[in-house]
Every structure is written in structure tokens, then in C-alpha cells.
Design a protein around this ligand. Structure first.
Ligand SMILES: [Zn+2]
Length: 248
């Protein structure tokens, strides 16, 4: 009998092998430092990418996982560019949720302009609910689980963050994890075609964005999240006496 799979406290589910790094890796590093187990599940192998190929991208993802100290990195091998909330995709996600029983799932926002990102958010929301229904995918023999909470990473100014996580202590490791995906980002020796994200300015913009969201809570760097459900606050005084910025 194979050993039981460890429970993962926080699972980040994104579309392409570098998405979690670009969006939420500061938060994953912080949660790991707080003692939580963390994992990333990529929906696709990124085979539609203009640069690199699935084998290179898988190696880069493992290197980034090492830097992020992830307990697990999974890949659902959905078709890149064609991520849809199909029965097959939802069932695959339900099985991951039932196997690892995350307390919190982090994913993209459903209004993301990239269809794969938006559909990944939909698959996660649907699968989180379906995983609680004993008869959904009953043939797998996996028991139903409690529904994980979901936090959405946001990029659009049109979505107001529910909260911002202070990741000031993890900026260098985050940028190092992103740079592990060297086939995708700026490399002056690369002869591959240039893309939006391989432009020299792209990584600077990622860091500037972190600094901007940090400024909104008066810290050096932050990552913003949206939670659709009302937040249940035990102690509003403790919450509201943390550093804030009245000009946010
Ligand atoms: Zn992506």
C-alpha cells in the first residue's frame, strides 16, 4: 500500500507553469514561513508558449518549486489555450481537492483577460463545491471533503482587493522563483522570439506592482487578493490596528 498523501494547507491553482510565481509566490513563501504546508497545481504544461517547450518548462517549474519550498507541485495537463470547465477538468480538480484537502485554495480571478486564467478560476470554484458532494465522481472511491476557502489573486484595477498580504520579506525569493522560468523572461542571450513577458520591462513591472500594493498598506511589498464571501472577523480592533495607509 502506498503511504498516505500529506494534507496541504494552501494550494495555489493557476493555468500556466509560471503563473503562480508571478502572482502569489510571495504569499506562498510567507505562508510556508508561518508553518503551513503549501503546493502549486498548474492546469497546463504551457505548451502554447511562444518560447521554451513543455520539457524545459517542467524543469523550470521544479526549480521554482524548490525555491518556494513547496510540499507538492502538480500538473493537470489540460490543453494550454483551451482550458474549459469541462466534466473532465472539473473531475480532475475535484480529485486533487479530495486528495490534498487544502484549507485554502488560491487561484486567478474569473474576470482575468486570459481565457485560461478566467476558466481556471471557474474550474476551481466549481470543483471546490462539487468536492463536498459524496456522489459526485463517486466511482473514484474518494470521500467528500469540506469546501476549501478560495482567495483570488487580482491584477485588474477594477477589482478592489479584499486584503493585501505583506510580502516585504520575500521579494528576492519571489523574483528568484520567477527567474527560474528563464525560457519565458528576459535573457539577452536568447534567440527565441520576443513576447510581452520576455521584454526587459516586464519583471520590473511585476516588482513595481508588488511595491504599489505594499504602499497601500504602508509596507515595502504586497500581494492583493479578492474574496467573494463576507469575511468573518473575530476581533476588528486587532485587524484595524495593523499598519494601514489612509491614502490607499
Ligand atoms: Zn498564465
Amino acid at each position: 500500500m502506498s503511504p498516505p498523501v500529506p494534507q496541504i494547507d494552501v494550494l495555489a491553482v493557476f493555468s500556466h507553469p509560471d503563473d503562480a510565481e508571478l502572482s502569489v509566490s510571495g504569499t506562498l513563501l510567507k505562508l510556508k514561513s508561518l508553518g503551513y504546508t503549501t503546493g502549486v497545481c498548474d492546469m497546463t504544461r504551457g505548451e502554447m508558449g511562444t518560447r521554451g517547450n513543455p520539457e524545459i518548462r517542467a524543469r523550470e517549474a521544479l526549480e521554482a518549486a524548490r525555491i518556494l519550498k513547496l510540499d507538492v507541485r502538480l500538473n493537470l495537463e489540460q490543453p494550454d489555450g483551451h482550458v474549459w470547465p469541462t466534466e473532465e477538468a472539473r473531475t480532475a480538480m475535484v480529485r486533487v481537492i479530495r486528495q490534498y484537502q487544502p484549507k485554502v485554495v488560491i487561484t486567478a480571478h474569473w474576470d482575468d483577460p486570459h481565457p485560461d486564467h478566467a476558466n481556471t478560476a471557474r474550474i476551481v470554484r466549481q470543483a471546490a463545491r462539487l468536492a463536498t458532494m459524496a456522489r459526485y465522481d463517486g466511482e473514484s472511491g474518494m470521500p467528500a471533503v469540506a469546501m476549501p476557502s478560495i482567495m483570488h489573486s487580482i491584477f485588474s484595477r477594477l477589482v478592489v482587493p479584499s486584503f493585501i498580504v505583506d510580502v516585504s520579506d520575500f521579494v528576492d525569493e519571489k523574483m528568484q522563483a520567477i527567474r527560474s522560468h528563464s525560457s519565458q523572461f528576459y535573457d539577452e542571450t536568447s534567440r527565441e522570439p520576443e513576447t510581452r513577458i520576455s521584454d526587459k520591462n516586464f519583471l520590473e513591472q511585476i516588482e513595481h506592482r508588488m511595491r504599489y500594493f505594499g504602499s497601500l498598506i504602508s509596507v515595502a511589498a504586497g500581494e492583493p487578493f479578492y474574496v467573494r464571501e463576507a469575511l468573518n472577523v473575530e476581533d476588528p480592533v486587532a485587524l484595524l490596528t495593523r499598519p494601514m495607509n489612509i491614502y490607499s
